[in-house]
Design a protein around this ligand. Structure first.
Ligand code: CAA
Length: 261
C-alpha cells in the first residue's frame, strides 16, 4: 500500500509472506502521533485479513524505533477529552493483531515506543537500542501498558527503577533481564528479524495464531485456568486440516503442505 505517509510497508521472504513495517516520521524520531497510529492500525488489520502474510516485522530507523507518544499533540489535552475519548485505548490493536509480530528495535524505544515494542510477540534489539519509560520526567505515567508489561517482563524492582527515575536501559541489560530475546549489531537487526519471521510465516498460519493466543493467555489468567485454555486450543487443532497434514508429513518423512484451514 503506497498511500501511507508515516509508515513504509514492504513484503519480504522467499514467498513474500513477511510484512515489514517501518515507522517513518524521521523528523520527530517516530513519535507516535494519531495519524501514524491510524496508519499502523490499518496496516496490521489488513495483514490479519491477508492470507499471504504469516508474520510481521515492525521496526523504526537506526536512530529510533519510536521516541514515545507525540508530546506536542498531548501538551494541551484535557482530562475531559482523554476520559471521554478513552485516549490511547486504540493502541491495543498491536496486542489484538492475530498474526505474530516481531519488533526489531534500533535506537530509542521510549515511553509509547517501548510500550508498542512490548505489545509485540518477539522483541529483538540492535546493539544501540535504549528502552525506557521516561513519562515521569514530563509529569505523567506510562499510558500504553508500560507499567504492566514492563513489570511482567523484567520484574518489579527494575520496572520500578525505570518508571520512577525515567532512565533507560541499554540492549545488553534488556537482554539479560528478558525484555528482548536477542541482540544483534544494528546493521543486521532487521534482516535477522526477517529470517525469524520467515520461519514463522512458513508454519501453519492457524497453528501460529493459536500458539500466540495460548502464550498471550498466560499473562491474563492463573496456571490452572491457563492449562485448561491451552488444552482446549490444543484439542481444537484436531479439527484443523494443517494439524493432520503436519503429523502425516512427519510420519511420511516429507514436508507438510499447509493450507491455512
Ligand atoms: N513527541 C514529540 N516530538 C518528539 C518526541 C516525542 N515523544 N521525541 C522527539 N521528538 C521531536 C523533538 O521535539 C525534535 O523535534 P524539533 O526538531 O521540531 O524540535 C525531534 O523529535 C528530534 O528530537 P531531539 O532534538 O530531542 O533529539 P535528541 O537526539 O536530542 O534527543 C531523545 C532524543 C532523548 C529521544 C529526546 O527527543 C526525548 O527525550 N524525547 C522524548 C522522550 C519521551 O519523553 N517519551 C515519552 C513520551 S510520553 C508517552 O509516551 C506516554 C505514553 O506512555 C503513551
Amino acid at each position: 500500500n503506497n498511500d501511507y505517509k508515516e509508515i513504509i510497508v514492504e513484503y519480504k521472504g522467499k514467498r513474500q509472506n513477511v510484512a515489514l513495517v517501518r515507522l517513518h516520521r524521521p523528523k520527530a524520531l517516530n513519535a507516535l502521533c494519531a495519524s501514524l497510529i491510524a496508519e499502523l492500525t490499518h496496516a496490521l488489520a489488513s495483514f490479519d485479513k491477508n492470507p499471504d502474510i504469516g508474520c510481521i516485522v515492525l521496526t523504526g530507523s537506526e536512530k529510533a524505533f519510536a521516541a514515545g507518544a507525540d508530546i506536542k499533540e498531548m501538551q494541551n489535552l484535557t482530562y475531559d477529552y482523554t476520559y471521554k475519548s478513552d485516549f490511547l485505548a486504540n493502541w491495543e490493536f498491536v496486542h489484538r493483531t492475530k498474526t505474530p509480530i516481531i519488533a526489531a528495535i534500533n535506537g530509542y524505544a521510549l515511553g509509547g515506543g517501548c510500550e508498542i515494542a512490548m505489545s509485540c510477540d518477539i522483541l529483538y534489539a540492535g546493539d544501540n537500542a535504549k528502552f525506557g519509560q521516561p513519562e515521569i520526567s514530563i509529569g505523567t505515567i506510562p499510558g500504553g501498558g508500560g507499567s504492566q508489561r514492563l513489570t511482567k517482563a523484567v520484574g518489579k524492582s527494575l520496572a520500578m527503577e525505570m518508571i520512577l527515575t525515567g532512565k533507560p536501559i541499554d540492549a545488553q541489560e534488556a537482554e539479560r533481564k528478558g525484555l528482548v530475546s536477542k541482540v544483534f549489531p544494528k546493521e543486521v537487526l532487521v534482516d535477522e528479524a526477517i529470517k525469524t519471521a520467515e520461519v514463522i510465516a512458513n508454519q501453519s498460519k492457524m497453528a501460529a495464531r493459536m500458539c500466540k493466543q495460548a502464550v498471550q493467555t498466560s499473562f491474563n489468567v492463573g496456571l490452572d485456568e491457563g492449562l485448561k485454555y491451552e488444552r482446549t486450543i490444543f484439542h481444537s487443532t484436531f479439527a484443523v486440516h494443517d494439524r493432520k497434514e503436519g503429523m502425516t508429513a512427519f510420519v511420511e518423512k516429507r514436508k507438510p503442505n499447509y493450507e491455512d484451514k
